[in-house]
Design a protein around this ligand. Structure first.
Ligand SMILES: NC(=O)c1ccc[n+]([C@@H]2O[C@H](COP(=O)([O-])OP(=O)(O)OC[C@H]3O[C@@H](n4cnc5c(N)ncnc54)[C@H](OP(=O)(O)O)[C@@H]3O)[C@@H](O)[C@H]2O)c1
Length: 199
C-alpha cells in the first residue's frame, strides 16, 4: 500500500479548502485539490509543488465528475488516505423568506448531495488505504494507537485550515477547539453519538 498520507479536498480553490491544503502540505501530506475553478487550483498546485499536489476539475453536483476525481487521485498517488468534503455554497441574498425558493436547489445539490457523492465516490478507496487499521479494530474492538495518531493528524490539519482564514465565526471555532483537550474531544464524541431520549 502506498503512503496513506494523501488528502483529497473538495472546494480547494479558495477559503477554508485552500487554507487547509497549504497547512496540510506543510505537514507532509500529498494533496488532491478539487473544484470547478481550475485556474485557481493550478496556481495552488504551483505554490505547493507539482510533486506534492494535483488539481482535478470537479463539479461536486455531478457524480461522474466525482468518480473521475477519485480515479485521478488513485492514478496519481495510488491511494486516498483522508477526505475533506468541504465544497459548499451560501444562499442567495434575502435569506429564507427573501431569496427565491428555486435558489434553494443549488444549496441542497452542492452542500448535501455533493458531500454524499464525495463520500460515495471515495469510500472504498479510503477503506482500502486503512484496511490494516480496520482489521485491527474489527479484531480488537478498539482504536489502535496508529489510528488515533492518524485521526489526530487529520484533526490538527483541519484546525490549522480553520485558523488560517479571516472569518470571525472561524476564529470562534478555533478558540473552541483549542480549549478542548483530548479527553474533552472524547466526551464530545460520546455526546454526539448518544441517541436522543425517547419522548
Ligand atoms: N467561512 C465560514 O465562516 C463558514 C462557516 C460555516 C460553513 N462554511 C462552509 O465551509 C465551506 C467552505 O467555506 P469557505 O468560506 O472556504 O467558502 P469559499 O471560499 O466560497 O469556498 C467554497 C469552495 O467550494 C467550491 N465549490 C462551490 N460549489 C462547488 C461545486 N458545485 N463543485 C465543486 N466545488 C464547488 C468553490 O470552488 P469553485 O467555485 O472553484 O468550484 C470553493 O473552492 C463551505 O461549505 C461553507 O458553506 C464556511
Amino acid at each position: 500500500m502506498p503512503d496513506a498520507k494523501v488528502l483529497l479536498i473538495t472546494g480547494a480553490s479558495s477559503g477554508i479548502g485552500a487554507a487547509t491544503a497549504r497547512a496540510a502540505a506543510g505537514e507532509g501530506w500529498n494533496l488532491v485539490l478539487a473544484a470547478r475553478s481550475t485556474d485557481k487550483l493550478d496556481a495552488l498546485v504551483r505554490e505547493i509543488g507539482e510533486d506534492r499536489a494535483v488539481a482535478v476539475a470537479c463539479d461536486v453536483t455531478d457524480y461522474d465528475d466525482q468518480q473521475r476525481m477519485a480515479d485521478a487521485a488513485i492514478k496519481r498517488f495510488g491511494c486516498i488516505g483522508a477526505v475533506f468534503a468541504n465544497a459548499g455554497t451560501g444562499g442567495k441574498p434575502g435569506g429564507f423568506s427573501g431569496a427565491p425558493p428555486e435558489s434553494w436547489r443549488m444549496l441542497v445539490d452542492v452542500n448535501i448531495l455533493g458531500v454524499a457523492y464525495t463520500l460515495r465516490a471515495v469510500l472504498e478507496h479510503v477503506k482500502a488505504a486503512h484496511e490494516d487499521i480496520l482489521k485491527d479494530i474489527r479484531e480488537s474492538k478498539k482504536l489502535p494507537e496508529e489510528a488515533q495518531e492518524r485521526l489526530n493528524d487529520v484533526i490538527n490539519e483541519f484546525k490549522k485550515g480553520f485558523s488560517a482564514t479571516d472569518g470571525s465565526s472561524v476564529a470562534v471555532n478555533e478558540a473552541e477547539t483549542e480549549a478542548m483537550d483530548e479527553a474533552d474531544v472524547e466526551k464530545e464524541s460520546v455526546k454526539v453519538r448518544k441517541p436522543a431520549p425517547k419522548k
